[in-house]
Design a protein around this ligand. Structure first.
Ligand SMILES: Cc1cc2nc3c(=O)[nH]c(=O)nc-3n(C[C@H](O)[C@H](O)[C@H](O)COP(=O)(O)OP(=O)(O)OC[C@H]3O[C@@H](n4cnc5c(N)ncnc54)[C@H](O)[C@@H]3O)c2cc1C
Length: 459
């Protein structure tokens, strides 16, 4: 259990916010503003900045956990890894814990967070009770669902820092048992959507309660839903931080059990399946790859090195292979259209496997910048890798086709990675008119980079 000394004190927090504000004032007007953060899960490469970033030191902790009221006060740049470490000893967890350890609470609330509780708990911003935001005007305001800053509260999700930066968030917490019992259920593509809808409707499958749902389609003929159930006991638990690999276990066994901690981080150890690209799934390499370095942030740094030095790309070219296009996306498709989208994706893009995670807004109102329909069940389809650029095609073509298909299947695309929309389409899909109205109030001098500039022009 973390001691109170592990928690950030209110005084420390106030001082850290003071440093953040001072660092904002030091950035010359007209110069781009960016967080000076050590980790990032943003996937699009960004232009390098000359100006120093915002000082977020001292904004990375948990301020308090209220186990009775089931809430926590958390600093904006606190990673989910640290947040979970503070809540789990109380048998509590954030309502939605994104899979990658270094995603921060502020990042998930201003960006996107989807995990296996999202079919009942929605998105991370739906469990925020209030948040302090450093606005573009340099002020700290406390935004809540009602009151003076309610419009900022609702427009903040999916604004990716274009309206301001969350420095403190009060969030609701959920109960979690010490163990999560798993069932891996193989289903045909056409059966996935109906099975998900039925679990959403009554929280059970085959007569057993379901508290968590996600899935993997290895191919159009081999798809699974992994159903998790809170459990106070387990006869035996698996460990996928060692030699065994979680995603492979889905094909190999029909039931399993993990500690709650290992369940929450089951995808981080191998970055879903993406660690294969670095050899980390080769048994010999895995044996010597230190366990503490089998983490998504380590792989992310390796990708950063490749982006800078292009070693693999050069070797690829020297071998006479075509250049490759990065296709790293998460898209939300209505459950009723899932099978059609997966068939289209496999035929046209052909990347395997893909991650599936049902989600449904927890509340009855849509959120302006990522307009999912309330009461509609979506499935997040995640695919992360590269495809060969076909002769005569250009880098970005496959991503553009995916953007068009997502629209045809009535879906939405998250903005943490590459986006190619023209401005008009982007403005329509992400409701930039609503963003602009709020931005004029909270960032009157337009000091913060706009959403289109961040998401599409990579600033
Ligand atoms: C391969 C891959 C797979 C992913 N899969 C998933 C997934 O399945 N489910 C999921 O939940 N998410 C997923 N993500 C996306 C991730 O949740 C988002 O990119 C999230 O915004 C990253 O948060 P971060 O804390 O790392 O922020 P950063 O990467 O540091 O920043 C992301 C953006 O958020 C802004 N930002 C960061 N902190 C704050 C703050 N406190 N206040 C305001 N703005 C802020 C930054 O300005 C920036 O524009 C995935 C990302 C990758 C790369």
């Amino acid at each position: 259990m973390p001691t109170t000394s592990d928690l950030a004190s209110t005084l420390d927090h106030d001082q850290a916010v003071g440093r953040l504000r001072a660092s904002y004032q030091r950035i010359p007007a007209g110069a781009p503003v960016r967080l000076a953060k050590r980790s990032s899960n943003l996937f699009r490469p960004r232009t390098t900045l000359e100006t120093p970033g915002l000082d977020v030191s001292g904004l990375t902790g948990v301020i308090s956990v209220d186990p009775v009221g089931r809430t926590a006060d958390v600093q904006g740049m606190c990673t989910y890894e640290d947040l979970v470490a503070a809540t789990l000893p109380h048998g509590l967890t954030p309502m939605v814990v994104p899979q990658l350890r270094t995603i921060t609470l502020g990042g998930a609330v201003t960006g996107l967070g989807i995990e296996s509780s999202s079919f009942r708990a929605g998105l991370p911003h739906e469990s925020v009770l209030e948040l302090d935001i450093l606005t573009g005007a340099g002020e700290i305001v406390t935004a809540r669902p009602t009151g003076e800053h309610a419009e900022l509260f609702r427009t903040f999700p999916n604004s990716y820092g274009s309206l301001g930066y969350a420095t403190r968030l009060r969030i609701e917490l959920d109960r979690i048992s010490p163990y999560v019992a798993l069932r891996h259920v193989r289903l045909g593509l056409d059966d996935l959507g109906p099975a998900i809808e039925s679990i959403v409707a009554d929280g059970t499958y085959g007569g057993e309660p379901v508290h968590f749902v996600d899935g993997v389609a290895f191919s159009p003929d081999e798809a699974y839903l992994t159903l998790g159930r809170n459990s106070d006991t387990a006869v035996q638990v698996s460990d996928y931080t060692g030699r065994e690999i979680f995603y492979r276990s889905i094909q190999q066994r029909s039931t399993d059990a993990l500690t709650a901690h290992d369940y929450l981080w089951r995808w981080d150890t191998d970055w879903f399946w993406c660690s294969a690209a670095f050899g980390a799934q080769n048994p010999y390499v895995r044996r010597i790859w230190p366990r503490r370095l089998r983490r998504s942030d380590v792989y992310h740094k390796l990708i950063g090195l490749e982006n800078r030095h292009q070693v693999a790309a050069r070797i690829n070219r020297r071998r006479g292979n075509p250049d490759r296009e990065r296709v790293i996306q998460d898209v939300e498709i209505p459950a009723s259209r899932l099978a059609g989208f997966l068939r289209w994706f496999d035929a046209e893009v052909g990347m395997r496997p893909v991650w599936l995670c049902p989600l449904r807004l927890r509340g009855s109102e849509s959120w302006p910048l990522y307009p999912l329909e309330p009461r509609e069940t979506y499935v997040n389809v995640g695919f992360w890798g590269t495809v060969a650029i076909a002769p005569g095609a250009a880098d970005g073509d496959v991503n553009r086709r995916i953007e068009a298909a997502v629209a045809e299947f009535d879906g939405h695309k998250s903005l943490y990675s590459d986006a190619y929309y023209d401005r008009e389409t982007f403005d329509r899909l992400y409701n930039v008119a609503a963003l602009t109205a709020v931005k004029e109030r909270y960032d009157p001098d337009a000091r913060l980079t706009g959403l289109y500039e961040k998401a599409v022009t990579r600033r």
